[in-house]
Design a protein. Structure first.
Length: 113
Protein backbone atom coordinates (compact mmCIF):
# COMPACT_ATOMS: atom_id res chain seq x y z
CA UNK A 1 0.00 0.00 0.00
CA UNK A 2 3.00 2.26 0.51
CA UNK A 3 3.44 2.55 -3.29
CA UNK A 4 0.25 4.62 -3.49
CA UNK A 5 -1.19 2.58 -6.36
CA UNK A 6 -2.58 -0.39 -4.45
CA UNK A 7 -6.24 -1.34 -4.76
CA UNK A 8 -8.43 -3.71 -2.78
CA UNK A 9 -10.89 -5.91 -4.69
CA UNK A 10 -14.23 -6.38 -2.92
CA UNK A 11 -17.06 -8.76 -3.77
CA UNK A 12 -20.01 -6.33 -3.89
CA UNK A 13 -22.49 -9.11 -3.12
CA UNK A 14 -20.84 -10.08 0.18
CA UNK A 15 -18.61 -7.12 1.06
CA UNK A 16 -15.67 -9.52 1.43
CA UNK A 17 -12.17 -8.54 0.38
CA UNK A 18 -11.30 -11.05 -2.35
CA UNK A 19 -8.04 -9.71 -3.72
CA UNK A 20 -5.80 -6.83 -4.63
CA UNK A 21 -3.97 -5.27 -7.55
CA UNK A 22 -1.91 -2.17 -8.18
CA UNK A 23 -0.58 0.39 -10.62
CA UNK A 24 3.19 0.88 -10.73
CA UNK A 25 6.05 2.20 -12.84
CA UNK A 26 4.16 5.26 -14.12
CA UNK A 27 6.23 6.77 -16.95
CA UNK A 28 5.02 10.30 -17.73
CA UNK A 29 7.44 10.67 -20.67
CA UNK A 30 5.77 7.93 -22.71
CA UNK A 31 2.44 8.02 -20.86
CA UNK A 32 2.55 4.40 -19.74
CA UNK A 33 1.84 2.49 -16.55
CA UNK A 34 2.03 -1.13 -15.42
CA UNK A 35 -0.85 -3.02 -13.81
CA UNK A 36 0.12 -6.04 -11.81
CA UNK A 37 0.67 -7.88 -8.56
CA UNK A 38 -2.95 -8.92 -8.92
CA UNK A 39 -4.15 -11.52 -6.47
CA UNK A 40 -7.60 -13.09 -6.30
CA UNK A 41 -8.89 -15.57 -3.75
CA UNK A 42 -8.94 -19.04 -5.31
CA UNK A 43 -12.76 -19.18 -5.27
CA UNK A 44 -12.71 -16.35 -7.85
CA UNK A 45 -10.22 -17.89 -10.27
CA UNK A 46 -11.55 -18.60 -13.76
CA UNK A 47 -14.60 -16.37 -13.42
CA UNK A 48 -15.43 -12.89 -14.58
CA UNK A 49 -13.82 -10.98 -11.69
CA UNK A 50 -10.26 -10.82 -13.04
CA UNK A 51 -11.38 -9.53 -16.43
CA UNK A 52 -13.69 -6.99 -14.82
CA UNK A 53 -10.94 -5.72 -12.52
CA UNK A 54 -8.49 -5.41 -15.42
CA UNK A 55 -11.04 -3.63 -17.64
CA UNK A 56 -11.87 -1.14 -14.87
CA UNK A 57 -8.19 -0.51 -14.13
CA UNK A 58 -7.34 -0.09 -17.83
CA UNK A 59 -10.23 2.33 -18.34
CA UNK A 60 -9.02 4.43 -15.40
CA UNK A 61 -5.39 4.29 -16.58
CA UNK A 62 -6.37 5.49 -20.05
CA UNK A 63 -7.49 8.78 -18.51
CA UNK A 64 -3.74 9.48 -18.12
CA UNK A 65 -1.82 6.87 -20.12
CA UNK A 66 -1.57 5.79 -23.76
CA UNK A 67 -0.19 2.33 -22.96
CA UNK A 68 -0.86 -0.12 -20.13
CA UNK A 69 1.68 -2.87 -19.56
CA UNK A 70 1.41 -6.19 -17.73
CA UNK A 71 4.38 -8.29 -16.48
CA UNK A 72 3.49 -11.99 -16.27
CA UNK A 73 5.56 -14.95 -15.14
CA UNK A 74 6.22 -17.32 -18.09
CA UNK A 75 4.68 -20.18 -16.11
CA UNK A 76 1.47 -18.31 -15.29
CA UNK A 77 -0.54 -19.46 -18.28
CA UNK A 78 -3.84 -18.65 -16.53
CA UNK A 79 -2.90 -14.94 -16.34
CA UNK A 80 -1.55 -14.92 -19.90
CA UNK A 81 -4.84 -16.29 -21.26
CA UNK A 82 -6.88 -13.90 -19.12
CA UNK A 83 -4.93 -10.95 -20.55
CA UNK A 84 -5.41 -12.19 -24.10
CA UNK A 85 -9.18 -12.50 -23.47
CA UNK A 86 -9.35 -8.78 -22.61
CA UNK A 87 -7.36 -7.78 -25.70
CA UNK A 88 -3.81 -7.50 -24.35
CA UNK A 89 -1.10 -8.41 -26.86
CA UNK A 90 2.16 -10.18 -26.11
CA UNK A 91 5.00 -7.71 -26.73
CA UNK A 92 8.24 -9.36 -25.57
CA UNK A 93 10.10 -11.34 -22.91
CA UNK A 94 12.18 -9.35 -20.46
CA UNK A 95 14.01 -9.63 -17.14
CA UNK A 96 12.07 -7.47 -14.65
CA UNK A 97 13.15 -6.79 -11.08
CA UNK A 98 10.74 -8.41 -8.63
CA UNK A 99 11.63 -7.65 -5.03
CA UNK A 100 15.04 -6.54 -6.31
CA UNK A 101 15.71 -9.86 -8.07
CA UNK A 102 15.73 -10.01 -11.90
CA UNK A 103 12.94 -12.36 -12.95
CA UNK A 104 11.83 -13.54 -16.39
CA UNK A 105 8.55 -11.97 -17.43
CA UNK A 106 6.33 -11.98 -20.48
CA UNK A 107 5.35 -8.41 -21.28
CA UNK A 108 1.83 -7.71 -22.53
CA UNK A 109 0.38 -4.38 -23.61
CA UNK A 110 -2.91 -2.63 -24.23
CA UNK A 111 -2.87 0.62 -26.17
CA UNK A 112 -5.49 3.33 -25.91
CA UNK A 113 -7.46 3.20 -29.15
Amino acid sequence: MRCGGGLVIVDNATGAVIGSSRYYDWNPADESVVIGYTYLARAYWGGAVNGEVKRLMIAHAFRFARTVWFHVSPGNVRSQRALERIGARFDRREMVPVGGVPSARMIYRVDRA
